[in-house]
Design a protein around this ligand. Sequence first.
Ligand code: HAM
Length: 419
Amino acid sequence: MTQPLFQKIRGMHDILPGETHAWERVESAYRAVAAAYGYREIRIPVLEATGLFARSIGDETDIVGKEMYSFKDAGGDDLTLRPEGTAGVVRAYVEHSIPSSEPVSKWYYVGPMFRRERPQKGRYRQFHQAGAEVLGAPPPFADAELAIMLADFFGHVGLAGSTIRYNHLGGSEARSRFRGKLEEYYGGKKDSLCDDCKRRLETNPLRLLDCKVESCVALKAGAPAMRECLSEGDVAVLGRYRALLDESGVASAEEPRLVRGLDYYTGIVFEVEVATASGPVVVCGGGRYDDLVGRLGGPSTPAAGYAIGLERLMESIPEIPRPGLDLFVLVPGPASERAAARLLREARAAGIGADIDPRGGSMKSQMKRADRLGAAVVAILRKREIAAGVVSIKDMRTGDQAEVPSGDAIMGILERLGR
Ligand code: HAM
């Protein structure tokens, strides 16, 4: 056994070629669904100024307080590996003056994010998100469309039976009334709170509803619900949102104590939880953030979005089988290799996925390799075939084998592939 000199960093993971086909499938399904809803891709840097995240996500959140990979670079700049995509997207939106040229922007992204959380199943330090942001759109049509797009995508990747749980965080007045109610409720129960929540009670009481510590979770059931503080307008928005989801057949449930772990949310927030072998996981979270563009120096702009955790999604969907190879070329030795090289080139030019065993070896071992690669068709080029100007083609699914003239080999292979 060899001993590796280096190992991956704790909480980070390799996605090996045995898995990447499934990732590619899921990502391309996501891109196709996003395009169908009028979303275009944005690619933003992985590194941003640390201040961007503190100002967007909030100093009092776990992400900014404990989980960011931040450092000073050689030039003395404070930089952070992005823990999420929204802050960078909004930074780009403002920096490139998009609001002055485009009234509504619908952007999506796929890429790695970094949070120094305690690693466990479904929680990594480098993970991937597929997200979408709609900027310039008031509630609730755009919010509902995000949820419908998500449900559509989940359907495409075989994640059936998911429910969108949502809540309305209200406007700033409603939120400050709600904060007061939370202070009143939790103030009398301070001794039962975890240390973080004792501090949150002073700094940001909404965060108390998001605590995962058992004693705090137990208190949540009796806590005041946001609905008690919502304005009539907010309640009407919630009603329209629900009606739009019902109209589209999207399963949803109002969750009156739902808050998300980022401070930029202002209106409807939501999450999607699914059951996995290792317990329930939240595969997606999002919501409205009508103040963020303004907070980052842009004009006041209503906006909403979500991000899907791709690792969690991959662990929740049915297995995606690895696609087999189209064609494997069998050669007994160097005398056939020029004919094999020509056939491979012609096949690949015709869009046929083709391979050969570069080590050579016995015909039996090459056939084994063809089998292992899941080849649909095997082409055999022995001296006899080359002399006769033919190729033997074996259909691996039926076992049928036939000789075809070399000039017709590609047509013959395509036919057997059903193309
Ligand atoms: P978030 O709720 O922090 O929201 O993350 C979204 C999703 O990313 C989570 O539901 C989860 O599936 C996944 N995720 C988060 N942390 C980890 C981790 N350590 N390991 C694996 N997966 C993880 C946001 O990031 C917002 N930017 C979403 C958004 C976009 N809101 C508006 N626009």
